[in-house]
Design a protein around this ligand. Structure first.
Ligand code: MSP
Length: 504
């Protein structure tokens, strides 16, 4: 199976923070899980560099806009490997390949009679780069603002419009026939009721600034930043060249987005695509937002979490694990130092790290670092193997539905059962009474450690590789099926380094 996964493209008007890191790591986890499952994966990220917001930020910084975006885009690009993420391409909306593709999409919409020229008059938020109806706004300190507090201004200008209203029925039909296309369920319901409340034609060009993709055949206009931005998902795989191998292989995509940008992805984007006779996205998953120690994260409050700082303080895998174990993926979450320590200590240090440490050092000391492969299993052993199979199935189902937190929980349950099994079987006592049985127990626990380490690999890739190296296993091009060969072979162990020390 082919699997195309995308992050939103990040605005080049500010430096990256934990919210951006969160979306990228989520995609990395799903990409790695798919690779382990033998799927052909294409993982895309990039930067959204046009629009009034970016232009204004460059003006404030007194830097030429192109030089400004070059610099800010690089910050996002550099962050990706620092987060332990491995992407296949990084697209920038100022690249020629993207501009060509966005213009080709525009021309296709013109050819299909989906765009007309008229006048736009209404409320516009520069911060959100979005248009609002009066009934979506509220008054704060005498000023009209959006639900999330963004100020709006009254705009009147000539504009091209996309015939979004034509797509209302088709979108409803599409979503009613494909209820899993948007997750979580609450977000699906939200989108469907928004569409059912009526769609108006959408203004898709601006004349009040120049920093954007020029509209073909009318250089007074630049494209509205969302049609430009959404098109990145196509331009990176070669659209409009439908013979491009990547386009053929990977479209349609799975888009992971924050809840704030769901409407653009789940309403405008499939409508643009259908209007251009292209397939709508395979899946759109909207995640929640992080707060910091109970407070909304904002620059003005001075509580923005720098991913570099937090990873420096706690470790990369510890942070990756915390972000996706702590909070159901899709819900909002609160970032607190106490919560990180509690989570890392309970799950990674105790449940996982201690098991590895005590079993592996025991094998090194008492079995000359090696064990023969065996399947001479008792009923109790088979019970544990059944738990392994069951938990692996749950884990895979959850991952395939982007329920990352639940899939991690399945691994933790498997490890808890394994720890209980070790206590019950007590290999340290068997050492005196039945050394053959002791070796079977140790072999079984070793293969469960290996399998759970493979299962943890998407979430904590660096530490998982380290654990596999304790078993002298090849850590390149890991797949779940390699496990079947591993368990047929003898096990040879290196003295393990300590892993996941407790956080005080
Ligand atoms: N440029 C648009 C996306 C265009 S995609 C065709 C954009 N960029 S953004 O840089 O503002 O946001 C990128 C992502 O970061 C969004 O998915 C957003 O939800 C996410 N987050 C920003 N702050 C966040 C938190 N505090 N918590 C979690 N995610 C947050 O929107």
């Amino acid at each position: 199976m082919n699997f195309y996964i995308t992050t939103p493209i990040y605005y080049t008007n500010d430096i990256p923070h934990i919210g951006h890191a969160y979306t990228t790591i989520a995609c990395d986890i799903l990409a790695r899980f798919n690779k382990l499952s033998n799927n052909d994966v294409f993982f895309l990220s990039g930067t959204d560099e046009h629009g009034q917001k970016v232009e204004k930020a460059a003006k404030v910084a007194e830097i030429d806009t192109k030089i400004f975006v070059d610099k800010l885009s690089l910050n996002f690009k550099k962050l990706i490997p620092f987060l332990g993420c491995e992407i296949d391409d990084f697209i920038r909306t100022t690249e020629e390949r993207h501009i060509k593709s966005a213009q080709a999409l525009w021309n296709k919409l013109i050819d299909n009679d989906q765009i007309y020229l008229s006048t736009y008059e209404g409320w516009y938020s520069v911060r959100d780069e979005a248009f609002y109806h009066e009934n979506e706004l509220k008054k704060t300190d005498g000023k009209l603002v959006t639900d999330n507090g963004s100020p709006v201004e009254w705009v009147k200008e000539e504009s091209y419009f996309f015939k979004l209203s034509n797509w209302e029925k088709k979108l409803i039909e599409f979503y009613e026939n494909n209820p899993d296309n948007i997750s979580p369920k609450s977000r699906y319901n939200e989108v469907l009721s928004f569409i059912k409340s009526g769609l108006k034609d959408l203004s898709i060009s601006r004349t009040t600034f120049k920093w954007g993709v020029p509209v073909p055949n009318n250089n007074k206009h630049v494209m509205y930043v969302w049609i430009d931005a959404l098109c990145n998902y196509l331009s990176a795989i070669g659209y409009p060249d439908k013979n491009n191998l990547n386009y053929k292989k990977y479209w349609p995509a799975t888009h992971i987005v924050g809840k704030d940008i769901l409407r653009f992805h789940a309403v405008y984007w499939p409508a643009f695509l259908m209007a251009a006779e292209l397939e709508p996205p395979k899946k759109i998953f909207a995640h929640g937002w992080w707060t910091n120690e109970g407070q909304k994260i904002s620059k003005s409050l001075g509580n923005v979490i720098d991913p570099y700082d937090i990873i420096h303080d706690y470790g990369l895998d510890q942070i990756r694990f915390f972000l996706f174990r702590e909070v159901p993926f899709g819900n909002d979450g609160d970032f607190s130092k106490k919560a990180i320590s509690k989570r890392v200590n309970a799950d990674l240090s105790n449940n996982y790290g201690n098991l590895i440490q005590r079993i592996l050092t025991f094998i090194v000391k008492n079995c000359n670092s090696s064990l023969k492969s065996t399947n001479n299993f008792s009923n109790q052993d088979n019970d544990l193997l059944n738990i392994l199979n069951l938990k692996f199935k749950d884990y895979s189902n959850y991952m395939n539905n982007q329920q990352i937190d639940k899939s991690i929980k399945s691994i933790m349950e498997l490890l808890s059962s394994t720890n209980a099994y070790v206590d019950e079987q007590a290999p340290w006592s068997l050492k005196k009474t039945d050394q053959e049985r002791m070796k079977v127990v140790l072999f079984l626990v070793s293969i469960i450690i290996i399998k759970s380490t493979l299962m943890l690999f998407p979430i904590i890739p660096k530490s998982s590789k380290k654990v596999l190296s304790f078993f002298n296993l090849d850590t390149n091009n890991l797949t779940f099926d390699k496990y079947d060969d591993i368990i047929k072979k003898d096990i040879n162990i290196n003295v393990p380094d300590p892993i996941f020390p407790r956080i005080d």
